[in-house]
Design a protein around this ligand. Sequence first.
Ligand code: NAD
Length: 551
Amino acid sequence: MLLDCTDDGAAYFHSNTSSNTQLLRTVSFLWHIFGVTFMANSTSEIRALTASAFRTPEKFTEFCRNGGKPLGGLIGGEETPGSMNATFQTIDPGSLEVLATISEMGEAEVARAVSVATHAFQAWRNVDVEKKIALVTKLVELCERDKNVLLACEILDGGKVSELAEGDFGQIRACAEYFCGVARKIAMGDGPSMQVSPGVQGFTYREPWGVVAGIIPWNYPIVLTAWFMFPALLSGNTILIKPAEDTPLSALYIGKLAQEAGFPPGVINVLPGRGEITGHCIAEHPGVRFISFTGSPGVGQAILRTCDRNGTRMKREMGGNGAAIVLADADPAVVARMIGRYTNQHFGQTCCTIHRIFVDRKIADEFTDAQSAFFKELKIGYQADAGTQLGAVINPTQRRRILQAQQETVERGGKPILAGGEAVVAGKNGFYLKPALYRTEPGLNVNPLEVFHTYATICPVSSAEEALQLANASPYGLGASIWTKDIKRGVSLAKQFRDGTCQVNCHNSIAYGLPYGGQGISGGPGGGVNCEETFLDYTQVKAVYVADYPG
Ligand code: NAD
């Protein structure tokens, strides 16, 4: 079997009798990571995602300034200040510059949003699918018209390098087009009927939930807003979007564009605020029929318990502690660079990022040297300056958590190769940290938690089976990969991961049509994102029985 690449970069396998070729040397490398598809033809091209210089567009500055008022939520087609009179500031994590002041939505605003969304649902559920698709298409076009504003949201508010932000931006159209196709294909309403018994017919009836909320984290604001919004809307629900408090700008801007696109008032509502206030009020509100949560497992578990009290249903996509297994036949220099690129994607702030590497002992030293060289090469800097590959982390809490994880790794027996710690970027006051790399031994379990930075441990192993056992000894289960020239063996081993996404010679992979979800504490309930199951998650099915009139 060989890894093959489609035009849009999605990977698939096909049989090939001349397998076990020098795959890593002869076939172009494929990256289909969150927003970025990238091909490299030589080892030297395998580099970290990199910034181009980015200048703040005037339209973004105007949007943030909002005529001197805090940016309000969007409820029923109107910008709404919070009745609590509470505001918060959203900052650029690389410079600590305040970008905008936002009005926090409290209990009253959540109640109003649920009320207008409930009202709007009565009409929206019956809008013809082609009309819904036309509105979604218009919204995508407006996003593309204002691409620079949305890139500014990702780069300045989210702290991303432009190469990743550009890739993320492309997911708006890709996701919309995929779910428009799914919406045309999946039949809502009456299903086929069956004769239940003499004189009794039965059939299924598929319908949207009603008011559906998407609770979104800060690391991929545009991508995750699109992944939630399009399937939820196209299946006939009205929505509340709750962006993360660190990155509220892109959802607020998309909400404004949705009004311009002509979505009826109340169909799309945006509720910025803290998790413990706005998020909690949404989770507690009995009028919210379904919640799509993306974030950390602890918060997801708490929201599920809250939801259960009201019978609110939920789907959850949560954190990971990604593993990579490098077999003895892999070229250590090549694979270390590939893994380095994935580990550093958005500076390690990617849910499925590799934090745990298990390498065959025969190549462990050579691999460690190459991994360390890649990490040392990373250019630490401000995310909007050309050449930056490792920018600031999102907030001071994350910085503290990462530094603590580095310290605990050493306390548990990890041997630092690169010790991490704080980094200094001249003229910038952001949350900068150095990459961290450790050697460890089987059984030490030095990094049991998601670290969320450019951080990895390298554990030498004696067999692939030992590596699999160690990789699977984690409560997380989001994404894992095997690196080998022997594709057949790689596929067989990859299927044994206890993860939602199992990969051979790639990592951080996504493709529309394949579920992206987690096992263990990384996901569920729900069928993951980006597949037909996702669309079905936003619907419910009831059985209808019809008997002849008695007598
Ligand atoms: P988080 O769990 O702290 O917050 C996520 C969202 O939940 C935010 O909007 C937050 O305001 C809200 N929230 C917090 N407390 C709440 C409460 N009590 N009630 C209701 N809402 C509440 O996560 P984060 O730090 O923003 O994001 C990082 C996490 O997200 C990581 O664990 C990462 O792996 C995960 N993630 C997972 C995926 C995936 O697809 N599996 C994708 C991206 C990020």
